[in-house]
Design a protein around this ligand. Structure first.
Ligand code: HEM
Length: 271
């Protein structure tokens, strides 16, 4: 889909528009998401390679489900206006990043916590039963990626000591030259979706749930990381990649996850 503005996309946005209501109802959740331990260590520039690797695995599973379901419902009247696979699709970017950090057999190394599994299940469920609600999930992830996510990209590069963009495809949107303009377009597309009062409320509730799913996912990831950090085997997991010397992140990461599994059996799923 091209980024041309149509008259409909230029329509003035008012408080009663879906884009404003969704922002308002998720305001508190956004603050909570920003203040999760994982996001806070991110903002302080303290993200470590194992943290980032683990996050990438979860994001991969979430976007695989989200984008599969959006593709499947691409002709649903509520999905059509916000369907931008070329501009927003993250799956290929995540695959590139995973290959960069885990090597060619990255698929065997994908590990996600129970909260990510639940998030994925929800996406699959609504994709089948009520695709309209995918709008809430697409909004939460993609507009987030185009907002705070852009800053997080720069922080990741610095924290991990990456000299170029390798491993950072997730943050790059080559089909979106101006994130702000694109967000405006996206909002007006959301506002063009025809909804009954009940459908609108359902969608707003789902957006809060989408933020909640992200918060739970971050908390679960952080729990695993905190548990593995305390073990001898992972003593260096807190070392940022900037400081890496004889440091094998993949081995440490794998060992850490094994220790977490063995120690607490907290319902993780490894593929
Ligand atoms: C370190 C964490 C984060 C920071 C620093 C951050 C920062 C921001 C900033 C500065 C904006 C732009 C606000 C505006 O244009 O008025 C924004 C928007 C947004 N963020 Fe975040 N964010 C973070 C985490 C998240 C997370 C975890 C999610 C959801 C999973 C998220 C979802 C969104 C969404 C959906 C918007 C668009 C709001 C709208 O315009 O309707 N953010 N964020």
């Amino acid at each position: 889909m091209e980024l041309k503005s149509s008259r409909r996309d230029d329509t003035k946005i008012t408080d009663s528009d879906l884009s404003e209501q969704i922002k308002a109802v998720t305001k508190d959740s956004h603050i909570r998401a920003e203040n999760t331990e994982l996001m806070l260590s991110y903002q302080k520039g303290e993200i470590t390679l194992p943290q980032y690797q683990l996050l990438l695995c979860s994001l991969y599973e979430v976007y695989r489900a989200l984008e599969d379901e959006l593709d499947r419902s691409a002709s649903h009247p509520s999905v059509v206006p916000i369907y931008f696979p070329q501009e927003l699709g993250r799956l290929e970017a995540l695959e590139e990043d995973l290959e960069h950090f885990f090597g060619p057999h990255w698929r065997k190394r994908i590990t996600v916590p129970a909260a990510t599994q639940r998030y994925v299940q929800r996406l699959r469920e609504i994709g089948k039963q009520n695709p309209r609600l995918l709008v809430a999930h697409a909004y939460t992830r993609y507009l987030g990626d185009l907002s705070g996510g852009q800053v997080l990209g720069r922080i990741t590069q610095k924290s991990l000591g990456l000299s170029n963009q390798e491993g950072l495809s997730f943050f790059s949107f080559p089909g979106v030259p101006s994130p702000n303009r694109f967000k405006q377009l996206y909002r007006s597309r959301m506002n063009s979706i025809e909804l009954t009062k009940e459908e609108r409320q359902e969608l707003l509730d789902e957006a809060v749930l989408a933020f909640e799913a992200n918060i739970e996912m971050f908390d679960d990831l952080q729990k695993i990381l905190s548990l593995t950090k305390g073990t001898d085997v992972l003593k260096d997991t807190s070392t940022t990649a900037n400081q890496k010397t004889l440091y094998n992140p993949v081995l440490q990461f794998t060992a850490g996850v094994c220790v977490a599994l063995a120690t607490i059996g907290m319902g993780m799923y490894a593929f």
